[in-house]
Design a protein around this ligand. Structure first.
Ligand code: ATP
Ligand code: MG
Length: 138
């Protein structure tokens, strides 16, 4: 079993899409082992996305991520990291496959409705960034 960190981003929370996204997660065989709603501070968004610090979109991305509430999730499944990224679809919704969350819900490249860890070491940083051990229950 593998765990991954998922975020329902502000654009999706604002449009009342939490339920539809959670339904897709559960019906694809993930267990939601931790979940909370939060409004990130700019400092938290900057620390979370530190790998993108040098990218031109870093300022916009971090401001967007704290522009409204998000839903933070830890998902568990076999091959959870790759499976969640497949269910989300490509970063750019115009390139996302049919039936993916970003294809169906994302507004644009930035407001793309969902986040997922991209590798085991990323998940190992991102999950404890938001959840302590008591909050994660399989
Ligand atoms: P995430 O890390 O959020 O799951 P990702 O791994 O598919 O997305 P990354 O390359 O890690 O994509 O980019 C992180 C986020 O930064 C994207 O999801 C998107 O919201 C934003 N982003 C990426 N590229 C751009 C860009 N060129 N312009 C604006 N925003 C961007
Ligand atoms: Mg990423």
């Amino acid at each position: 079993m593998e765990q991954t960190l998922a975020i329902i981003k502000p654009d999706a929370v604002e449009r009342n899409l939490i339920g539809q996204i959670l339904e897709r997660i559960e019906s694809r065989g993930f267990r939601i082992v931790a979940m909370k709603r939060a409004l990130l501070t700019l400092a938290q968004a900057e620390a979370f996305y530190h790998v993108h610090k040098e990218r031109p979109f870093f300022g916009e991305l971090t401001q967007y991520m704290c522009s409204g509430p998000v839903v933070l999730l830890t998902l568990e499944r076999e091959n959870a990291i790759a499976a969640w990224r497949e269910l989300m679809g490509a970063t750019n919704p115009q390139e996302a496959a049919e039936g993916t969350i970003r294809k169906d819900f994302a507004i644009n490249l930035e407001k793309n409705s969902a986040h997922g860890s991209d590798a085991p070491d990323t998940a190992a940083f991102e999950i404890p960034f938001f959840f302590n051990k008591l909050e994660i229950q399989g």
